[in-house]
Structure formats: structure tokens, C-alpha cells
Design a binder for this molecule. Structure first.
Ligand SMILES: Nc1ncnc2c1ncn2[C@@H]1O[C@H](COP(=O)(O)OP(=O)(O)O)[C@@H](O)[C@H]1O
Ligand SMILES: CC(=O)N[C@@H](CCC(=O)OP(=O)(O)O)C(=O)O
Length: 254
């Protein structure tokens, strides 16, 4: 049987994670192949604010007027380069990509009312496989492409689509220990959820804000072919703990 620590994984790095150094130590030390997707919501908000733009969310998605898309793309691209450098320095050579590179993420607008917000329609997995074969870790920023140009894709949504296309387990690292029964009580972690339970928690409002795209992405990954998906807090030792089932919330099919 394959050693669990050599299991290939997709890991989504949440933009809410502030301790990037410790997290990069953890991710770079993982002994198996990794495909990484990163967010950057707080940094995007900061730059939009500095540029004098107002930002609004609808169900966890940033409404992105075309004139704000350039800022979103600049922030995510720069952040990807910074993270790739940090991982490479720690001994895991990594390449930062966006969906524009080699046509990686084909996308379509989600709803005209959300502006340049997109969803992934096709993941061109070949480029990911080629990088992995070359011993390089792909680190993907959630920018997709349609005929009009780049689209802002929620990083969880992008990670779910990519994990599904690659049939890889997905771990969404964020700033909470998992899905909480009471969002104010970190000891109320729900260890495992299936689709109907997730939907009930969304309907009653227990799952809200940025947790909505995360659970929806986890469900989508599982529907598209990922064996499972988990939501966990980015911390030292977390990947092993999630693989063992001792941390996070695991989302399963059915
Ligand atoms: N039921 C819930 N359990 C845990 N977190 C929740 C829940 N409902 C909403 N949240 C919120 O979701 C946040 C995580 O989403 P987000 O801030 O978008 O993270 P990231 O930037 O890592 O993608 C948590 O910090 C918490 O405020
Ligand atoms: C459409 C949409 O919401 N895009 C996100 C992309 C970044 C992201 O998802 O970052 P986190 O992982 O930090 O949330 C945004 O503009 O914030």
C-alpha cells in the first residue's frame, strides 16, 4: 500500500493565512507530489482600497467590475511569484502560473451582475502533469480565461475544479479548524460531512461567507472525481493529520 505521506494532493492555500512562513515550511516538506492553488482575498481587498475602489461580495464571491480585474490579476500574480519563491527556497522548486499560462483554465462568466467573475469550464491538465513529471510543483492563481480576457475565479472554486479534473484529494487550508457547528466556537468542528448535511448547514445559515464557496468547491471536487476533500487550518503537521483523519472537516460524496 502507498505510504499515506506520499499520496499526491491538491492543497489550496487560503489568502486569510497570515503565518505564510510556517505554512510554507509545512507544504515544502511534504514528501509526495503537490498541486497548489492559492487565494489572496485580503491582499486584493487592500489594493482595491488603496486604488480607491469599493469592493462588495455576493455569497462569498467578490463582485469584479472590469476596471477592477486588472488589480485582481496583478495582486494574485505577484502573490503567486512570492509563494513560489518561498517554496523554492525551502527546497521544493515551484512554478507560479495563472489560468492564462498554456491555456490552463478555460472559464466562463458566472453571472453578468458579478462582472468579470468566472467559473472553470475546462482544466487543461497536461501542463500540470508535465510540470510534476519534471519535478516542479505547480502553484496556480485562480484566474481563468474566456474570449474577452481574464476572469476572477474564487480560489476555492478553482481548486475544486482542478482537484476534480486531476482526481486528487483536495485539502483547503484556511484560518479555521474546519466547518464549525457554531462558527464562534473552535471546539465545535464537524469531522465529516456529506452533501445533504452541507446543504442543510448552508440553508440554516451556519455555513456563511467565505465558507460557502469552500464547501461548494469541496462537493464539486468530489462529484468530478476527487476521492475526498477536506477543510482544515493551515498549521504545522496539518497535511499528515488530515490524511490520518485526525484534523479538519472531510467532505465525502453521497
Ligand atoms: N460554519 C462555519 N465554520 C467555520 N468557518 C465559517 C463558518 N461559516 C463561515 N465561516 C467563515 O469562513 C471563513 C473562512 O473563509 P475565508 O475567510 O474565505 O478563508 P480563505 O481566505 O482561507 O479562503 C472563516 O474564517 C469563518 O469566518
Ligand atoms: C470571485 C472571487 O471571489 N475571487 C477571489 C479570488 C481570491 C480568493 O479566492 O482568495 P481567498 O482564498 O483568500 O478567498 C477574490 O477576488 O477575492
Amino acid at each position: 500500500m502507498m505510504n499515506t505521506m506520499e499520496q499526491a494532493l491538491l492543497v489550496k492555500i487560503g489568502g486569510s493565512l497570515k503565518e505564510a512562513g510556517e505554512l510554507l515550511d509545512e507544504i515544502s516538506a511534504y514528501p509526495g507530489p503537490l498541486v497548489l492553488v492559492h487565494g489572496g482575498g485580503p491582499r486584493i481587498a487592500d489594493w482595491l482600497n488603496r486604488m480607491g475602489f469599493e469592493t462588495h461580495f455576493h455569497r462569498g464571491l467578490r463582485i469584479t467590475p472590469p476596471e477592477q480585474m486588472e488589480v485582481v490579476e496583478m495582486v494574485l500574480t505577484t502573490l503567486g511569484k512570492y509563494l513560489a519563491e518561498g517554496l523554492s527556497r525551502r527546497g521544493r522548486p515551484s512554478i507560479a502560473l495563472t489560468g492564462r499560462d498554456a491555456g490552463l483554465l478555460e472559464a466562463q462568466p458566472l453571472d453578468p451582475l458579478l462582472g468579470r467573475v468566472g467559473e472553470v469550464t475546462t482544466v487543461h491538465t497536461q501542463v500540470i502533469h508535465k510540470l510534476l513529471q519534471a519535478g516542479l510543483t505547480p502553484l496556480i492563481a485562480p484566474i481563468g480565461l474566456d474570449t474577452q480576457g481574464p476572469l476572477n475565479i474564487n480560489a476555492d472554486t478553482a481548486a475544486g475544479a482542478i482537484a476534480g479534473a486531476l482526481h486528487l484529494p483536495a485539502i483547503f487550508l484556511t484560518d479555521v479548524v474546519g466547518v464549525l457547528r457554531n462558527p464562534k466556537d473552535p471546539s465545535s468542528r464537524l469531522p465529516q460531512l456529506h452533501q445533504a448535511q452541507v446543504q442543510a448547514l448552508m440553508q440554516e445559515g451556519t455555513i456563511s461567507g467565505g465558507m460557502i464557496p469552500k464547501v461548494e468547491a469541496a462537493l464539486n471536487a468530489v462529484h468530478k472525481g476527487a476521492p475526498w476533500a477536506a477543510i482544515a487550518r493551515g498549521a504545522q503537521g496539518i497535511l499528515q493529520q488530515v490524511l490520518e483523519g485526525s484534523a479538519g472537516t472531510r467532505i465525502v460524496g453521497g
